[in-house]
Design a protein around this ligand. Structure first.
Ligand code: NAD
Length: 259
């Protein structure tokens, strides 16, 4: 196996932590990146504290370091990429995983919330991919994997901004796959089904508890359980290393979404 350097955004917790864990177990070097200070949002985001705890948790698995990033700010993206280069000397795989959700009817949905969701979930992928491109071009085995969603395959009432942002992530994935193919850079996305992270437990099913979440997912999912961060890690390692796969948005959703 060739050891690769992997930069994972939104990796202080949740799916991003699971992806970082999977790459480390596969023998790669990993830079975990997340917000330093968190802006106000309808649930607590990750941040310095979560990032340093995750760094502690993962450090026994291999070569790993951490960096603050706000993927909506180009100078912050540049600093995160520079720190990755200073630490590991190269970037071969970029995982655009940072993301946020809010829900509610369009009638009362605020413009500021719409803009923030698009800034993180869509512009963040554009800025990180654009900024990392020179390093990815220099790599002999480069890949981008973005965390889209099954919400990028099917719209839902009260989730218009989130679904539209994830449809955009799928479109961006296909466009970058076409554009970067001549450089040998493969570009794919994961479409998770439902993972019991802050998005669900602190927002979409807030105050209902983990047992209610598990019961609902056992009923909802054809394969009878919610998805896990480890499921997403396995998919991310596959997509980043499959030599002849590009432009796909892979459902990892227990059969809940099949298109
Ligand atoms: P999470 O809230 O636990 O993790 C998201 C991380 O992104 C947080 O640590 C947060 O601090 C970070 N983040 C937010 N804004 C950022 C910014 N501007 N710059 C850098 N980092 C930022 O939630 P999660 O479920 O682990 O979400 C990870 C990804 O998976 C997101 O893109 C989300 O949309 C997607 N997703 C989640 C589910 C699910 O069921 N949990 C399903 C489909 C897709």
């Amino acid at each position: 196996m060739v050891k690769r350097t992997v930069l994972v955004t939104g990796a202080a917790r949740g799916i991003g932590k699971g992806i970082a864990d999977a790459f480390l177990r596969a023998g790669h070097r990993v830079m975990i990146a997340d917000l330093g200070t968190s802006p106000d949002w309808n649930y607590d985001l990750g941040g310095d504290h979560a990032l340093s705890e995750t760094l502690d948790d993962l450090s026994s698995l291999g070569e790993v370091d951490s960096v603050d990033v706000d993927v909506t700010q180009v100078t912050s993206c540049q600093r995160a990429i520079q720190k990755t280069l200073d630490t590991f000397g190269q970037i071969d795989v970029l995982i655009n995983n940072a993301g946020i959700v809010d829900s509610g009817p369009i009638e009362s949905f605020s413009e500021a919330t719409w803009d923030r969701i698009f800034a993180v979930n869509v512009k963040g992928i554009f800025l990180m991919s654009k900024t990392a491109l020179p390093q990815l071009k220099a790599s002999s085995d480069a890949a981008i994997v973005s965390t889209a969603s099954i919400a990028g395959k099917r719209g839902s009432a009260n989730l218009a901004a989130y679904c539209a942002s994830k449809f955009a992530a799928v479109g961006l994935t296909q466009s970058m796959a076409q554009e970067f193919a001549p450089f040998g850079i493969r570009v794919n996305a994961i479409c998770p089904g439902v993972v019991g992270t802050a998005m669900w437990l602190d927002h979409l099913m807030a105050n209902q508890g983990a047992a209610a979440f598990d019961n609902r997912m056992a009923d909802m999912m054809p394969l009878g359980r919610p998805q896990t961060a480890a499921d997403m890690g396995q998919a991310a390692v596959y997509l980043a290393t499959a030599p002849n796969v590009t432009g796909i948005s892979l459902n990892v959703a227990g059969g809940f979404e099949m298109n």
